[in-house]
Design a protein around this ligand. Structure first.
Ligand code: GLC
Length: 475
């Protein structure tokens, strides 16, 4: 009876609030206002370009960070990497310097990936760096080095764990096709695993100072794999949801320990207020600023430089420096952040491919970062000319045109810009660009919209990978 009245009350409240009864009864992790959230995320919204680092035992296999799964390795087989892990050339100061010079504002490092190996001296597992031949915590010096170069530090932590004995086996587990193994593991107590995750994340959130971003990776609720025959399964043990990770309590704890932190969206808490701060398109560029329920959401794209996240010897698919620069611009032009990933070798260095790309990025960022940091999507009404991308800094009221293909004609038509531009220049060298009304021939009926102007560009493309035009707008 009381239940019925409670439900009726809920319905009335839900109706008054304009939400579904299910939503009205839902868990709330944080009740901060939109304004408080915007303030907490301000550094993040302005920083725009971050570095991702995937490093661990898989760097020794050097053929994908998922090699344990891809090759169906047992724990015992994978252990050969644990026994020889010794990154003798590891010098995080050099990493931090390279990151700073390339223009990154923060870094996110894998503290534990799906293989379950911890890169710090955790109290809760023996499968950790301090028990390898290297014998020292990798995370402490990392955090110090990046901070002293002025970068913020974020952590990636995989809730997926192929090593921990209490994490229930599922379709992503390397042994999921091994019937004996699966049968033996059905009785595992996921609650113990949840406790382990919480303990480890507590260490990370307490022992390394201010952690500004956290990447928790990842969940696959029923239906997550569609009808992919290699993944989907009609077994209910195939999947992992917020319940399996103890997501709600985990995120609550993180927010309590690190009130300023920003958290990604992979713990299956999409409908829980405070359960996530930004969405994470991976290895693809959204066509436009991503929305949820009709509202634009904060987003952070993630891309590798090569094909995989961990170091992969001889991989062919390297993006060029120019492509990376293009990705940065494209992301900001749609109001997002970008993490570019580097997979250091097992000796502890960024390999030549990565260094080469970082140098190209740094050369461009040095002269053009004003169109990236603090920028977002251009306001309505400014139409990007062909082969260009626009970004906009709301604080300085300047608009940036990134010219992907230098025009063959010097007349560069800007629709929607008429009357809005005070001054124009090339960004990299602050050299003035003239602009004027287009010539409208009285004899021809060529239609040029009223608010179109022409920008006079030099015939020769400036010696910049992607030249940027800076427009000072009228107030
Ligand atoms: C995926 C992959 C993983 C990588 C991550 C980065 O979840 O499993 O290897 O760490 O995405 O976004």
């Amino acid at each position: 009876m009381t239940r019925v009245t409670d439900y009726l009350k809920l319905l009335i409240v839900a109706f008054l609030l304009g939400v579904s009864p299910q939503a009205a009864s839902q868990t709330v992790i944080s009740d901060e206002t939109e304004a408080q959230k915007a303030e907490r995320m301000q550094w993040w919204t302005e920083a725009r370009l971050g570095m991702f680092i995937h490093w661990g035992l898989y760097s020794l296999g050097a053929r994908h960070e998922w090699l344990m799964k891809i090759e169906g390795m047992t724990d015992a087989e994978y252990r050969r990497y644990f026994e020889v892990f010794d990154p003798d050339l590891y010098d995080p100061k050099q990493w931090a310097k390279a990151a700073k010079e390339a223009g990154f504002k923060w870094v996110v490092v894998t503290t534990k990936h799906h293989d379950g190996f911890s890169l710090w001296d955790t109290e809760y597992s023996d499968f950790k760096v301090t028990n390898t031949p290297y014998g020292k915590d990798l995370i402490k010096p990392f955090v110090e080095a990046f901070r002293s170069e002025g970068l913020r530090v974020g952590f990636y932590y995989s809730v997926i764990d192929w090593h921990h004995p209490d994490n229930r086996v599922d379709v992503l587990h390397p042994q999921w096709r091994n019937e004996d193994y699966v049968a033996k593991n059905m009785g595992r107590d996921q609650k113990k695993y949840i406790k382990f995750v919480r303990n480890q994340v507590r260490e990370l959130m307490t022992n390394y100072g201010e952690i500004t971003e956290l990447w928790l990776d990842y969940s696959y609720p029923p239906g997550a794999f569609g009808d992919n025959p290699n993944r989907s399964s009609d077994q209910d043990w195939a999947f992992k949801t917020a319940e399996d990770w103890g997501s709600v309590e985990l995120v609550k704890m993180v927010r309590k320990l690190q009130p300023g932190i920003v958290i990604n969206d992979r713990l299956d808490l999409n409908d829980t207020p405070g359960g996530w701060d930004f969405v994470t398109p991976e290895q693809y560029q959204p066509r436009e600023w991503p929305t949820l329920n009709g509202k634009r959401v904060a987003w952070e794209g993630v891309h590798t430089i090569g094909d995989s996240w961990g170091y992969f010897r001889g991989e062919p698919g390297w993006k060029s420096g120019r492509q990376l620069i293009g990705l940065v611009i494209d992301t900001v032009s749609k109001g997002g952040n970008l993490l570019i990933n580097v997979g250091p070798t097992a000796r502890g260095v960024f390999d030549e491919h990565a260094m080469d790309r970082l140098a190209a990025l740094g050369r461009w960022m040095k002269y053009n970062n004003r169109s990236i940091y603090g920028n977002t999507q251009a306001p309505e009404g400014f139409k990007a000319p062909d082969n260009t991308l626009l970004t906009y800094n709301p604080r300085t009221n300047r608009l940036y045109i990134h010219v992907l293909e230098w025009p063959v004609l010097q007349a560069f038509y800007l629709d929607g810009f008429g009357g809005k531009v005070k001054y124009a220049q090339l960004l990299h060298d602050a050299s003035e660009l003239g602009f004027r009304d287009p010539y409208r021939s009285p004899e021809l009926d060529e239609e040029i919209p009223e608010n179109t102007i022409i920008l006079d560009l030099p015939a020769q493309k400036p010696n910049v990978e992607i030249p940027v035009i800076e427009l000072f707008l009228n107030d």
